[in-house]
Write a protein that binds this ligand. Structure first.
Ligand SMILES: Cc1cc2nc3c(=O)[nH]c(=O)nc-3n(C[C@H](O)[C@H](O)[C@H](O)COP(=O)(O)OP(=O)(O)OC[C@H]3O[C@@H](n4cnc5c(N)ncnc54)[C@H](O)[C@@H]3O)c2cc1C
Length: 329
């Protein structure tokens, strides 16, 4: 039996979807290792404690609330010191982070402070004989390494969307914790957060993703994706690597084995062939809709709904239909 410490990621005072995925992953770790407890670290400015209930809903036995103005933005030094101190003082078998920009920065800091092994960016894991083994893509996904971590606590980071957030309600229990060091004395200060798609949803948080491929033929035709995303209102736009390599979209939009891993409720693929490397990043989406003029395109093998036809005719019609359905309530 091993307790698991999970870092629940917050941005702009809101829990990110990866926070629920991390708690779900933490529950899986705890259960596989014989039924330990999951403790979730929730850090932010005053008022962040209000988000604790949502973490309990996804299976956190205790939410460790770290409230301080110095945590209004990501504060790597103070967070690493606080999480490391907690790990050293508690009976934790594992610490689990999301392999996001924040988690990729924080997890090695924590591992170094406690002298623990780190298995980064895992796409899955199993606990066997008290040790965890996790899978990790190497060399742009050309090989998959299996990493075995000995020692306790072991530090892991998990790829976004590797776990579907799954509710597992627990009675809300919180514990206020304090920073191990003065958060305002950190040498590293995040002074501004610039989001790639300012004002738009992040791919990992969006319930709907409209993704475009080379079938759109030119960067300006991504307006078809933008229009459909705007019609939904809760959608983000993604792309294939063929598109980002062409420079039609930023690399941060790339979905797939060597890009972002996503798992939205609805994934609409416009002019995407469905190469295995693309599917690796989106196949866990709940409902997949594909529009492609080639009836034999591999994307149709995993699509729940397929439309064989010209994306330049179908996408605008779909946008109009979504707008109409929304207008009718
Ligand atoms: C090591 C490695 C890692 C990779 N990692 C990734 C990754 O992370 N993500 C990723 O996406 N790819 C990745 N790739 C690339 C991948 O193999 C494919 O080349 C890429 O996904 C193809 O992108 P695409 O579907 O946009 O283009 P294409 O394969 O060219 O497909 C375009 C599709 O559009 C359709 N089409 C054309 N015109 C129309 C029209 N008018 N209406 C409707 N449909 C139309 C065509 O029928 C075709 O199916 C990787 C490759 C390697 C080797």
């Amino acid at each position: 039996m091993a307790n698991v410490l999970v870092f629940a990621e917050v941005r702009g005072g809101e829990l990110r979807k990866v926070a629920y995925e991390a708690v779900t992953g933490g529950r899986a770790l705890a259960e596989q290792s014989g039924g330990g407890q999951v403790h979730a670290v929730l850090a932010g400015a005053a008022g962040i404690a209000d988000k604790a209930g949502a973490l309990a809903q996804y299976g956190a036995d205790t939410v460790l609330v770290l409230e301080h103005a110095g945590f209004a933005q990501y504060n790597p030094e103070a967070l690493a010191a606080t999480v490391a101190q907690r790990l050293q003082g508690g009976s934790y078998g594992y610490a689990l982070f999301s392999a996001t920009a924040q988690g990729r920065d924080l997890s090695p800091r924590v591992a170094a402070k406690i002298g623990a092994g780190l298995a980064p960016d895992l796409t899955g894991f199993v606990v066997e004989g008290g040790a965890v083994r996790g899978e990790h893509f190497n060399m742009n996904g050309k090989t998959i390494a299996t990493l075995a971590l000995a020692g306790s606590p072991a530090v892991l980071s998990v790829r976004p969307a590797a776990f579907q957030p799954s509710e597992s309600p627990k009675p809300l229990a919180t514990e206020a914790i304090t920073s191990a060091v003065d958060p305002s004395a950190s040498r590293v200060k995040v002074v501004e957060l610039k989001q790639g798609n300012a004002g738009k949803l992040d791919l990992n948080d969006a319930p709907v993703i409209i993704a475009g491929g080379r079938g759109l033929k030119a960067p300006e035709h991504f307006k078809l994706c933008e229009d459909l995303a705007d019609a939904f209102g809760n959608a983000a736009v993604g792309a294939t690597r063929a598109v980002t390599d062409e420079g039609w979209r930023p690399h941060s939009d790339q979905i797939g084995q060597t890009g972002r891993n996503v798992s939205p409720n609805l994934y609409i693929a416009l002019g995407i062939s469905g190469a295995i490397q693309h599917l690796a990043g989106m196949r866990t989406s709940k409902t997949i809709v594909a529009i492609n003029k080639d009836k034999d395109a591999p994307i149709f093998k995993i699509a729940d709904y397929g439309i064989v036809g010209d994306v330049f005719e179908i996408a605008p019609a779909l946008t109009a239909a979504v707008k109409q359905a929304k207008a009718q309530g």
